[in-house]
Write a protein that binds this ligand. Structure first.
Ligand SMILES: [Zn+2]
Length: 261
């Protein structure tokens, strides 16, 4: 690392925070103009890294929080949540519950997370302001593919979903948040997020297709939207997908790269 030009600060980001930078700025120190009145949060965010992805910040090797002012000549380091060195200053309070709110592009991912048993708010007509408000007011993790939404100052917990294919997105999210199936796995309505309840076959017999009636005896029903669930081929496919996701998550956890400091 060489000294920065006058009136500039040096910045380096680690691990998958590099995903947000232009290629020439990845895995290396780079200089940014700095007047002494910018917070470290703003300076890093103007480089492209959304603040909810950051797990630890250091200036000249000293742990700092988001509001620290950067001075010309400072050397800033930003680490992702999964690779935050200790000791560091926590940038947000610990989450009490793992609950999510997803943007309008992530409907299949929301369904998969619900299947895993996680409380996920999702509507395909939700506006950005509403999503940011829900994430803030209900202390939910915002999952999004919209960087502008993730950079909103009210968002505390959040992640940019890198993958575009839903079956890969669920693996990515399980790995990132270290998720195992919740106690309510296969007990949450994929359509509306409510917890389903057992229902007797007699009670719903008139609603079943002949083959379903013939082959299945155990059912659950959503008390809100009425959707009926049983352990059919869909269930088996989904179970196989989730088992694969858990395995892949564990494998990547073991082999995942560590960043230097
Ligand atoms: Zn429902």
């Amino acid at each position: 690392m060489t000294a920065p030009p006058a009136g500039q600060a040096l910045i380096r980001v680690y691990g998958d925070l590099n995903d947000f930078l232009p290629l020439r700025m990845r895995e290396t120190w780079f200089a940014r103009p700095c007047r002494g009145c910018e917070t470290v949060k703003n300076l890093i965010e103007t480089c492209g890294v959304p603040h909810p992805e950051i797990g630890a910040l250091f200036i000249n090797g000293r742990p700092v929080d988001f509001d620290e002012l950067v001075q010309p000549g400072d050397a800033i380091e930003a680490f992702p949540i999964a690779a935050a060195p200790e000791p560091h200053i926590p940038l947000r309070p610990p989450l009490i519950d793992t609950r999510f709110v997803l943007d309008t592009h992530l409907g299949r991912l929301a369904a998969y997370l619900r299947m895993l048993g996680y409380d996920c708010l999702y509507r395909n007509d939700a506006h950005d302001a509403e999503l940011a408000r829900l994430a803030h007011d209900e202390q939910r993790i915002l999952l999004t593919r919209d960087l502008g939404l993730l950079k909103r100052s009210t968002v505390i917990y959040g992640a940019f979903v890198r993958e575009v294919i839903p079956t890969r997105q669920i693996v990515e999210v399980m790995r990132r948040f270290n998720l195992a199936p919740a106690p309510t796995v296969f007990q949450r309505c994929m359509r509306c997020n409510s917890l389903t309840a057992p229902v007797s076959k007699v009670e719903i017999d008139h609603l079943l297709e002949p083959k379903t009636r013939q082959y299945f005896d155990t059912f659950r029903r959503c008390p809100v939207c009425g959707k009926i669930y049983w352990q059919g081929s869909h269930y088996n496919r989904m179970q196989a997908l989730l088992e694969r996701a858990v395995r892949e998550g564990e494998r990547r956890e073991v082999t995942g790269g560590k960043v230097e400091h």
